[in-house]
Write a protein that binds this ligand. Structure first.
Ligand SMILES: *[C@@H]1O[C@H](CO)[C@@H](O)[C@H](O)[C@H]1NC(C)=O
Ligand SMILES: *[C@@H]1O[C@H](CO)[C@@H](O)[C@H](O)[C@H]1NC(C)=O
Ligand SMILES: *[C@@H]1O[C@H](CO)[C@@H](O)[C@H](O)[C@H]1NC(C)=O
Length: 396
């Protein structure tokens, strides 16, 4: 009978449930006590022996540290590090979470490099709560020789056609006679810093450098140092970190063709510039000027786009129009870049009445000239008596 079955079995089920509840609560309380005591008392020491060394790569520094002394006791936890770095004067730190003990990161060597590391502990030993140690700090500064005014000025680089980098500078304000400047560079993949081998000179002083074959350095940090020596004076080196794709300047667009349709729309088409510039990285600006000869005309921007063709409806029925196009690296490939020079094409549009005039002029000319010839022949025939040779009356 179902009724009897319920009456008999209910107490045994209840007993089991109660026992299970008791065990659970004891376990919970125990766990709570254990975990609260462990999470409130587990601390971890910061890493040890934080060191910064300069491998001579003009900007990259090696940062190393050792694990905290008591790290083996946390067998049920993972030990990680929060590593932060910046140049003195920067507002924000760059942050790296890692389990590694060594990093190579880039700095501006003309300013002090600052780094800090802390230990992070998380897992069963901390009841899955992240425990952080105190920070340890270190700084580094290359010996900055010479006065600040002896540093080269107006340092400027352009990456032409993604083929060669041209950097130029001017001697420092405190440049002594017989100064000799040198440009050194390094990017990831080169074993050591390399000196420029193609200097631009002015009166035997190096004032620029052309670097070829840098495709391996694209989309990486390129570290550059321009230092100098003079007989008795120490000069301040200049440190710069560049990204080539942000300094690209393409050649002007090629093969600009402008044509006009029957509906008087302008069709403008051009080809990407030559060189190694990736065509998919380019955007173009198109400008139009009408009646350029007249002083009132001005260039007006028509479009900025990635396509290499455009249709422009002509607002003004002017006779002479000019279209010009230039290119630069688009935001899909770079943060910024330089515009190319313009490619320009001018053309004249003949009006309808002009066309009619052009057809009429030859007709009128030929008609009038043949009329004159007939009249002249008539005149000559009247004057010269019959039979006499015509050449006697050359005068008419
Ligand atoms: C360009 O650089 C690569 C290494 O990045 C080198 O193997 C190659 O010989 C260089 N080519 C020229 C023409 O210098
Ligand atoms: C310029 O820097 C390079 C690369 O660090 C170094 O080898 C060279 O001795 C320096 N020259 C001077 C004059 O400081
Ligand atoms: C067309 O003509 C108007 C009035 O003369 C002028 O303001 C405008 O700039 C011209 N447009 C172009 C593209 O030259």
């Amino acid at each position: 009978m179902p009724h009897t079955f319920q009456q008999e079995s209910l107490p045994s089920y209840l007993g089991m449930a109660l026992r299970w509840l008791y065990t659970l609560s004891v376990a919970l309380v125990w766990g709570c006590v254990v975990s609260s005591s462990s999470s409130s008392h587990t601390t971890v020491a910061p890493p040890q022996d934080l060191q910064i060394t300069d491998p001579g790569l003009l900007g990259s520094l090696d940062i190393e540290w050792k694990p905290p002394p008591n790290v083996q006791t946390f067998s049920e936890c993972t030990v990680k590090y929060r590593f932060e770095y910046r140049n003195a004067g920067d507002r924000d730190w760059k942050v790296i979470f890692t389990r590694k003990l060594k990093f190579r990161v880039g700095f501006d060597l003309s300013r002090t490099a600052e780094v800090k590391v802390q230990t992070l502990l998380e897992g069963r030993c901390t009841d899955d709560v992240e425990v952080q140690s105190d920070w340890i700090y270190a700084t580094f500064q290359v010996p900055l020789q010479g006065k600040l005014e002896s540093e080269v000025q107006n340092f400027h680089c352009v990456y032409h056609d993604w083929e060669y980098l041209k950097c130029t500078w001017q001697p420092g304000l405190l440049a002594p006679r017989g100064v000799h400047y040198g440009l050194y560079y390094w990017y990831e993949g080169l074993g050591h810093a390399v000196q420029c081998d193609d200097y631009i000179q002015d009166h035997d002083i190096n004032i620029g450098c052309i670097l070829q074959n840098l495709s391996q350095a694209e989309y990486k940090d390129l570290s550059i140092c321009v230092n100098g020596s003079a007989a008795a004076t120490l000069l301040r080196p200049l440190y710069v970190t560049l990204r080539l794709h942000n300094l690209a300047k393409p050649s002007p667009p090629k093969q600009l063709v402008v044509s006009m349709s029957a509906s008087e729309e302008l069709h403008v088409a051009w080809g990407p510039p030559g060189g190694e510039t990736p065509p998919q990285c380019l955007e173009y600006e198109v400008q139009l000027a009408e009646d350029l000869e007249e002083a009132k005309a001005a260039w007006a921007s028509v479009s900025t786009q990635m396509e290499t063709a455009l249709t422009i409806s002509r607002a003004n029925q002017s006779r002479i129009s000019c279209v010009r196009v230039r290119g630069r690296t688009s935001i899909f490939c770079a943060d910024q870049g330089f515009w190319s020079e313009w490619t320009q094409e001018c053309f004249s549009v003949s009006r309808k009445e002009d066309k009619q005039l052009f057809i009429l002029i030859p007709v009128i000319l030929s008609l009038s000239s043949s009329l004159i010839i007939f009249m002249l022949i008539g005149q000559c025939k009247k004057r010269s008596p019959a039979g006499k040779p015509l050449h006697a009356s050359v005068g008419c």
